[in-house]
Design a protein around this ligand. Structure first.
Ligand SMILES: [Zn+2]
Length: 130
């Protein structure tokens, strides 16, 4: 955190890109965390929301970072989630595990721009479905 960039998957560019942060905010500190200014050395949890833009195509991203720390000692990011754009996925309920695995592999192949491998994994989903 703090360097002003995120590595995110851009669906427009269809590759992993660097997102440049244009604004960040932590929302309501008093509800989500102890205020580090009020209690020195008190541990705190805070959610930081950042808007970033793809360096290639300027598509927007909304990223939520959950942070935990002790003022003056350390701060660490405990989770990082891209809230927008959401990855589109088909509902997985009732799908056999073998088909689900092939589907996940197809998504990974698509994200890595290995389209022939993606097509093979999609075919495997259909073959396993029978
Ligand atoms: Zn992009």
């Amino acid at each position: 955190m703090g360097d002003g960039t995120f590595d995110v998957f851009c669906p427009e560019c269809n590759i992993q890109v660097e997102g440049r942060v244009i604004c960040s905010g932590s929302g309501d500190l008093s509800r989500n965390a102890l205020n580090p200014i009020d209690e020195i050395d008190a541990e705190y949890h805070v959610d930081i929301y950042s808007v970033a833009l793809c360096r290639r195509c300027n598509s927007p991203f909304l990223i939520k970072q959950s942070c935990y720390g002790v003022p003056g000692e350390f701060e660490t990011v405990t989770s990082e989630v891209v809230l927008f754009p959401q990855v589109s996925r088909l509902p997985a309920e009732g799908i056999p595990d073998s088909v689900q695995r092939a589907y996940e592999q197809a998504h990974k192949c698509y994200a890595a721009s290995t389209y022939e491998a993606c097509a093979l994994m999609c075919r495997r989903c259909l073959v396993l479905q029978r």
